[in-house]
Design a protein. Structure first.
Length: 300
């Protein structure tokens, strides 16, 4: 395991019975300056993690992330439902999510993409860039300053590595590999195969991650509440405490749908993610007394 110190990269020595999977890129650690033996990991400020299919424990993605750059592109990769999953992940971790729309130079107008992205969550920023130009550095500078750590997540082929190379001003010999996308379905190929830490312009740090084809939600109840605030805020006003917002009388959410204040498509995606989160969250990790309503609905 390696770390970055004031003098450069350092090869660390782990104590006996230490599990490397307990460490994430972005962790701060204390180590003996002579032996480089890890003494302890410092308390994390934020932790991005996900549960992969079939796994019993969460996979650590990145630690101490101030801002999560959720990278998508202005083509067929743009998918609101997928972006919502990343937003829930960032919310739960305590990182500030920013949606980055790459390949803005390849469409006649990137504004519709940007507006659709901003509509996904109150206050979320969405920025359209050409990841190959210095203009991207200026557009994202407010999140990349000294003492700030960003992480880049998104599907393969959306331009994460290209954006990282631009933000870090990497020379050709040190640049992250980049790959093209297939023209028929806008799907990318994996070029980043492991998580890594890089210094970037402005004095900040960036964590690059491999592309994710799928992202299952798990243990993100608070993140979903923040993501779907327009539903979360109305739910307590429903007649029934366990209202599924499907067909119950006195449902404030359904009333808001009828009035055009809540998008029925968004409500459908909320229902799917809440049920998926319930099914994927291990029972022992839920707070005592917590009960997720059966969002499939039941007749009264």
């Amino acid at each position: 395991m390696t770390a970055v110190s004031e003098t450069g990269p350092v090869k660390l020595n782990l104590p006996a019975q230490t599990i490397t999977a307990d460490f994430a890129v972005g962790d701060w650690i204390l180590a003996d300056p002579r032996t480089h033996i890890v003494i302890r990991r410092l308390e994390r400020r934020a932790l991005l993690q996900r549960r992969t299919e079939g796994a019993r424990t969460q996979q650590l993605i990145a630690a101490n992330v101030d801002t999560l750059f959720i990278v998508t592109s202005c083509n067929d990769d743009f998918n609101q439902a997928r972006l919502e999953r990343y937003l829930a992940l960032a919310n739960e971790a305590g990182a500030n999510p920013v949606i980055i729309l790459t390949k803005a130079d390849q469409v006649a107008d990137a504004e519709p993409y940007r507006q659709q992205a901003e509509d996904l969550q109150r206050g979320v920023a969405a920025v359209a860039v050409n990841a190959k130009t210095c203009n991207a550095v200026m557009a994202l500078a407010q999140w990349c300053g000294s003492g700030q750590t960003i992480a880049l997540v998104g599907s393969s082929g959306v331009g994460k590595s290209t954006l990282l190379n631009t933000l870090a001003a990497k020379p050709p010999g040190e640049a992250q590999l980049t790959g093209s996308i297939r023209e028929d379905d806008a799907k990318g190929r994996h070029t980043t195969t492991s998580r890594s830490l890089h210094s970037i312009k402005g004095g900040g740090w960036a964590i690059d991650t491999p592309g994710m084809r799928t992202l299952h939600v798990s243990d993100v109840r608070a993140g979903l509440d923040m993501l779907f605030a327009e539903i979360t805020e109305l739910a307590p006003k429903c007649r029934f405490r366990d209202c599924t917002h499907a067909h119950e009388p006195g449902c404030e959410v359904q009333a808001a749908v009828a009035a055009g204040a809540v998008d029925p498509v968004r409500l459908g995606r909320w229902r799917k993610l809440v049920e998926e989160n319930h099914n994927n969250t291990r029972s022992e990790s839920r707070a005592r007394g917590y009960k997720t309503p059966d969002v499939r609905g039941k007749r009264r």
